[in-house]
Design a protein around this ligand. Sequence first.
Ligand SMILES: Cc1ncc(COP(=O)(O)O)c(C=O)c1O
Length: 351
Amino acid sequence: MVWNFAAGPARLPDAVLARASAELFRRGDDGACQIERPFSSQPFRALREHARQRLSDLLGLPDGYRILFLAGGAMQQFSQVPMNLGSPARRGGYVQTGYWSRRAMNEGAAHLPVVALVQPEDGGQPALPEDLAYCHVTTNETADGLAWPSLPDTGKIPLVGDCTSDFLTAPLAVEKFGLLYASAQKNIGPAGVTVVIVREDLLARSPDTLPGMFSYRRQAEANSCVNTPPMLALQLSVMVFDWIAEQGGLPAMAEAGRRKAALVYGAIDASGGFYRIQVAASWRSPVNVCFQLADNGLVEHFIDEAEAAGLYYLRGHPQLGGLRASLYNAMPEAGAAALAKFMVEFQRRWG
Ligand SMILES: Cc1ncc(COP(=O)(O)O)c(C=O)c1O
């Protein structure tokens, strides 16, 4: 078997690829397949409603939230959040936990004054200034391999979450967020669509002057169709939502994830320091296992030999180096087991 451990775009479930091959480009009675239809057509509206309903059911979405399916990726949200939720007298608070929270803050700084918030090492509450328009967290730092063990309580200040890499990998307390977003290419589907879930009262904050495409309020009013939505990505994402439901929903994803992560972290912890991890145990990401070799000179050997063994895309984030195994929902346990076995054998040869 050959396994793809890419951090994103990442592996899709085998069953979804099979269903997509059979259904995606099949024309219906109207002479059109889904991507050939107007987005005002009944079949497209039915698809969008199915996506919304499935996602609501998977998340147990509380009342008072709207789901938007937008284009532009998570990085567009780095700007869209301050454009919509910011106000001249308030700052954007960004808890700094790693690479992606830093990028979110730097992009936000183009739109409003920002303040870097420090996460106490013991996992306690970050101190929050009173003049915040929102408090932004990255629930899972894809490049650094760390995840919040539990979300902070930000009181009246809306909590904004970049949930891009752990969305749908475990049950999520949506009610703690004012807004959360996730681009698709890890656990939702192919790149091109971004899920935004926003508390309805925050829609009033979108300034009238914002272009419609960037306005959460106008996108909510238009059912995510201010302009042509990413049809193909949405259609595939629906297939992924259906697949997750068939597997037993988010509790089943979390349980499978725990087993996969235990295999790879187990190989690291049993290596006596041959493999190393910088992240504190309680902050380890269940989906992005980032690790180093004590002898950095072995990294290229590791990559080459892993590929020869059918284990691909294990190189760490280009800015941070090291190694990274991404174990999203679509990675079967057999893939994690194959990697753990390879790691033990590699250590036997080179340790
Ligand atoms: C946590 C996180 N935020 C944001 C992004 C950027 O996502 P996009 O490429 O969809 O803009 C990524 C991409 O890997 C990510 O992992």
